[in-house]
Design a protein around this ligand. Sequence first.
Ligand code: ATP
Length: 606
Amino acid sequence: MADLEFRIVAETFDSMERITSRTQLTLLLVRLFKETPPEVIDKIVYLIQGKLGPEWKDIPELGVGEKMLIKAIALAFKVNEDKVVKLYRELGDLGRVAEKLCSEYRSKLKGAGQGLLAFMGGTEEAKLTVTRVYESLYKIASAQGEGSRDLKLRILAGLLADAKPLEARYIVRFIEGRLRVGIGDATVLDALATAFGGGVHAREVIERAYNLRADLGLIARIVVEKGIEALREVRPSVGTPIRPMLAERGRDPAEILRKVGGRALVEYKYDGERGQIHKKGDTVYIFSRRLENITSMYPDVVEMVKKHVKADEAIIEGEIVAIDPETLELRPFQELMQRKRKYDIHKIMKEVPVAVFLFDIVLRDGQDLTMKPLLERRKNLEEIIEKSDTFTLATSMITSDPDELWNFFLKAIEEGSEGVMVKAVHDQSIYRAGIRGWLWVKLKKDYKSEMTDTVDLVVVGAFYGKGKRGGKLSSLLMAAYNPDTDTFRTVCKVATGFTDEELERMQDMLKEYIIPHKHPRVDSRLTPDVWLEPKIVAEILGAELTLSPMHTCCLGNVRPGVGISIRFPRFIRWRPDKAPEDATTEKELYEMYRRQLRKVEEEVKA
Ligand code: ATP
């Protein structure tokens, strides 16, 4: 089987680490992809993203802690553990430690001549390949149960012993989950389009396929092996999640109706967890909004699906909501989240019963329904569901009247929903997987604040506090997402809203993501005390949106030299259910700012 030397991957990582421009990063990736034989392109895609496969595949954690890693390094390069620990203290990076010790070990072997080299395993000429590295890591992750520690240690030490110094650096960093070369999905898509689709114009086809089959490795493999045309044929498939369709936000019923084309299907916006339900025969999978496999959290929903979905094969979507089993009243999201504590799911299942409110269907017995208009999909959904009290369709109505919409919204809130989803029903109202657009508009209840809605921002840096909070990272630099450039641009610093306990917990959490320099996908004018990998999303509420020369979000869009910021931002809660790319976008903040301006103008006129 054709393979790629891991050396080439390690050298690419090394170059990437020193680059801060996304264009250059993409070019390096294009070069790497072009050198990669088709058979291993999927593995390359996973490895550069620091994983062994898409999250939903439930590949076990590597299960190698720092202690074991130190042991493996010592074993591989024949030094004692104390030496590894000492070096670690000096260099502060186990990747660098492995690199240094590997280099010393190799020169020692060379000095001793080929005889000793052969005696010690003859590793000088052994060239690590991508397959060898990937499979070893996979074996390490798969080793479970009794004796697995030893097995993990042996595989890892063996792998490191065969590595060149630079390779050792990245193997160790991968295991620590600190690859940090800054490659997001969008960069991979761009690079695939340039490398195999003839240019960035191919990005759209690749992205659509990826939206329908959320496995970047698989998509890369199809484009390399079968060409861009084959990607046009990609359909949703049971077992592989599709990326969810998302909604824009609106405030004024009349304007929302205009945006969706006059007439709309209006549904309750339930406050629970989105469930993408896949069924084939008796097999059921449930994927979350972030496409994690959450089937094991909802054995009761699995049973409902088996009982109430009449199609043999289907992919349907709905909101899973905690309910009061007696009255069937809707309960808040926080109650549902108790299910996240995985132990004794059967006990929690009784304590937190749920109902499912379905709102879409994308696959029915082999037929891809994504290109059908909403009402046709809804009809298909209705046909295959045998409704019950706790497994039913989202409460809905069709209207083109703003007053009627408003009354329905009030009723939705009264019954415990967050608001309503207003959905286009015209001929073009297809299911746009992975896309946030104006085919769906959410209208949510107001928060008690002047800022009309909360925003979800990504932590990209942090500052140490003073006084009581001295020595603690207590102010976070927050950024919005720009999907066009795949970058995070700063909006504000948040230092209020954290309880003391939260602040404590936060220290450990942040430590995980500290990096030595600004992340290449972050655009900032401020320099925080520590830079962080853009990974954590938090919900933020402020008094109002303002203009600021310190921040890069929407820089120059309203006025030259200033960006959009938030006045008196407060931390509300973490959003572990959101990936950084799901954060509020620059464009959304711009629209919120415009709306705020209009409101002020109206008030002045009145
Ligand atoms: P939010 O930040 O408001 O929770 P989000 O960013 O997760 O939203 P949005 O597209 O903004 O996603 O809002 C849609 C979400 O609302 C869906 O992901 C789904 O979980 C939930 N939802 C509840 N009821 C419905 C419904 N009837 N139709 C579609 N989505 C619904």
